[in-house]
Design a protein. Sequence first.
Lengths: 292, 173
Amino acid sequence: MQVPAPFEYERATSVDHAIGLLERLGGSARLVAGGHSLLPMMKLRLANFEYLIDINDLRDELGYLDVRTDEIRIGALTRHRELLESDELAAAFPIFRDAEKVIADPVVRNWGTLGGSLCQADPSEDLSAVCTTLDGRCVIRGQSGERVVPMTEFHRGPYETAVGDDEILIEIRFPVRPRGGSAFEKVERRAGDWAVVSAGAAVWLLDDGRIADARVGLAAVGPNTTALPEISAALTGREPSEELYDEAGRLAAQGCRPESDMRGSEEYKRHLAGELTKRALRRSVERARERG
Amino acid sequence: MQVSMTVNGEEVTREIEGRLLLVHFLRDVLGLTGTHWGCDTSNCGTCVVWLDGRPVKSCTVLAAMAGGHEVRTVEGLAQNGELDPVQRGFMECHGLQCGFCTPGMMMTARALLNENPDPSPDEIREAISGQICRCTGYATIVRSVRWAAAYEADQRADADQPAEPAATTGGAP
Ligand SMILES: Cc1cc2nc3c(=O)[nH]c(=O)nc-3n(C[C@H](O)[C@H](O)[C@H](O)COP(=O)(O)OP(=O)(O)OC[C@H]3O[C@@H](n4cnc5c(N)ncnc54)[C@H](O)[C@@H]3O)c2cc1C
Ligand code: FES
Ligand code: FES
């Protein structure tokens, strides 16, 4: 039987209350959101804390999807299921729905949160790849106020983030730009499993159909989500074509750092990184064109 | 610490350890052993119960987190001594063999039908995709849920029938 080591359970009544508790208890305390990453780790005694601070009552402050014309803001306590079901979000960023359909399973998605996914900083976390692809900005709050950290600087290594011991991730902001399309591709061994490799792509087109900007984010092929600025550089200003997707795929396969494990060999994962990048880019361009 | 929650419509309060998982609270503290406990790693879904009407894997939720909320378990499916149509469907269509996965499957199926009264076989498969039947009776589980959906559709149709003339004479102006 797997049971976490003993800890004190506290329930936060507001974000400020949670920050006050974290400030007082320091590194011996941890926030629990959905608990679907934290509790399994504590059950295996891979993580032990003296205090758990439950933030699930903070739905008013942290559970929202605010869709504006130039920016989308999503609260950290928004659950997978809500991300999957939002038509507004799917219209602006179809990559979210693509990804949420293949993250875990419907029962896990009822409870796991966006903030928990990002803060877990698991190298295979699909939502981290999505947020990296969409150039997300993470709003982190502590006693001294708020700061905004781009996704590319949010993860500091496997299971490490820019969020301090006495801070809390509040929301993620995504810029909305014209003529955009996005998509997510994942290969898993069985339904609901973690990715062997997954790839997000987003493309924004110029009026003449050339690429204004393109971004790719890969999961499970490095210590953190892999952002590939070299792909953005190679695609900007170019006309979308199969040859261009091939080129991007080659850059992805070269630029990632996968390791062989039970999910596949390094070579296979590089192959997937390339192929999934191509597919995601192709679909992103199709979607950007459909939106005109 | 003390925790209070509603379980199958009844308010319960108990003294527990913060680390107690909801599945053990239900089984060991309340004696509701209908909820099964299998993989212990949030993969098999035999421990699925409802928290505020939504299926969750109770091996991955603290009992303390359910405090102040409503929990429903397989024991709470039957109403007024009558089996839920999902339970009847599992009997009619051989939806269980050893029965180990059954409580979780039925809780998920009931939640699905509440949202989507006429799910396709694919939608049913998607809904239970985080749950494992080691007897691999998936085809009959899907059939059982379809049976319940059809049964409930019939019930609704009956209720929608125009009332018998004899019944309307009384109160009509
Ligand atoms: C069976 C199973 C299958 C899964 N499959 C996938 C999959 O295919 N793809 C995938 O990407 N994920 C998968 N997951 C992971 C799932 O997405 C995460 O468990 C979940 O979303 C993490 O969110 P949570 O709210 O449960 O986080 P928690 O477990 O509550 O927290 C995780 C970490 O984040 C911290 N934290 C949480 N919220 C905040 C906040 N607001 N501010 C600061 N720190 C915070 C916690 O302290 C903890 O350290 C799977 C999980 C399970 C159980
Ligand atoms: S015992 Fe909870 S999912 Fe298997
Ligand atoms: S009936 Fe035996 S596990 Fe499903």
